[in-house]
Design a protein around this ligand. Structure first.
Ligand code: NCD
Length: 313
């Protein structure tokens, strides 16, 4: 492997990335986590580089952590939201990307409701494109930050049982986690009603369960997904109450997993729906750690893709 194996690459999905590459992101993130735990969490690593975030969907964690990641490394970060960009005047996505490149962006980070749009956009520009979530397809930095968080708390992923629970069908987070975690050696189980399972489920390296009892049995990690009501065109479960009773993760249902299992959620959470009200604040929850990991992982991604010269700049 050369010293800068990922310089100039895009980060569009975790499907197809090998173990060595995933490991490279995670070990680099660990170096950046040390930096953000310092009193002064700023290094000159990306001084003189500009990073543009282009978000066509709402976001709290992902957009802010990319912005923080860039700023902690001294990059100039410019944020554009879909609703304030010229796409509302009819500009095509291709022209938007060519414009951002002409504005001398060194990296473009995109969130979009359209699966596959970042991959298409990456072909139009020479600078690295990072997929910050595309439709129901992938969310690679979320998959990396989840792997990073699990590894930090539980040690190597080899052989760990990870149960991903809920609305898998609409979840780009679940897809990135399935690819990333299984490549890293975890045993991935999907749990939920068939109406919330993806159509191509037989092609995923997972075991599927329709009850929490069997899906959570022996789980080291319980990853809860948000019910993505905005992506559902018809009712896929009877009522919110019924859903919580059957697939909600709360103190009682968590007992099906190992006693020391950790609870994860990518956020935003619907408390009382997919996850019990107090559980996110309990001792088994690593939900806030996931957010901090997100900053470290995004620093690692910017550092590696932009081919910076050294972590401290
Ligand atoms: C997720 C997303 O937008 O894909 N959130 C996130 O990035 N942390 C999950 C969700 O919206 O449910």
């Amino acid at each position: 492997m050369s010293t800068k194996p990922l310089a100039g690459c895009d980060l569009l999905g975790l499907k197809g990335l090998d173990r060595e590459t995933l490991g490279h992101y995670l070990t680099t993130a660990a170096e950046f986590e040390k930096i953000i735990k310092r009193d002064i969490k700023k290094v000159p690593t990306l001084k003189g580089k500009s990073v543009i975030t282009l978000f066509y969907e709402n976001s709290t964690r992902t957009r802010t952590s990319f912005e923080a990641a860039g700023k902690y490394m001294s990059a100039d970060v410019i944020n554009i939201s879909g609703s304030t960009s010229s796409t509302t005047k009819g500009e095509s996505l291709r022209d938007t990307f060519l414009t951002l490149q002409a504005l001398t962006a060194d990296c473009i980070i995109m969130r979009t409701p359209f699966s596959g749009a970042p991959e298409q956009a990456a072909a139009w520009v020479d600078v690295p494109v990072i997929n910050a979530g595309d439709g129901m397809h992938e969310h690679p930095t979320q998959g990396l930050l989840d792997a990073y968080t699990i590894q930090k708390v539980k040690g190597p992923l080899d052989g760990l049982k990870v149960a991903i629970v809920g609305d898998v069908a609409h979840s780009r987070v679940a897809r990135s986690n399935v690819w990333g975690l299984s490549t890293l050696g975890a045993d991935v189980h999907l749990v939920g009603p068939n109406t919330l399972m993806p159509r191509d489920i037989s092609q995923l390296p997972v075991t599927v369960h329709n009850t929490l009892e069997s899906g959570l049995a022996g789980a080291d990690v319980v990853m809860v997904l948000r019910l993505q009501l905005e992506r559902m065109s018809k009712a896929l479960f009877p009522t919110a109450r019924e859903y919580h009773m059957t697939f909600g993760i709360n103190e009682a249902t968590l007992r099906y997993a190992k006693p020391d299992a950790i609870v994860m959620h990518p956020g935003p959470m619907n408390r009382g729906l997919e996850i019990g009200g107090d559980l996110p604040d309990g001792h088994q929850s690593v939900i806030c750690q996931q957010v901090t990991s997100g900053v470290a992982v995004r620093m690692a991604a910017l550092y590696l893709l932009l081919g910076a010269d050294g972590i401290e700049g």
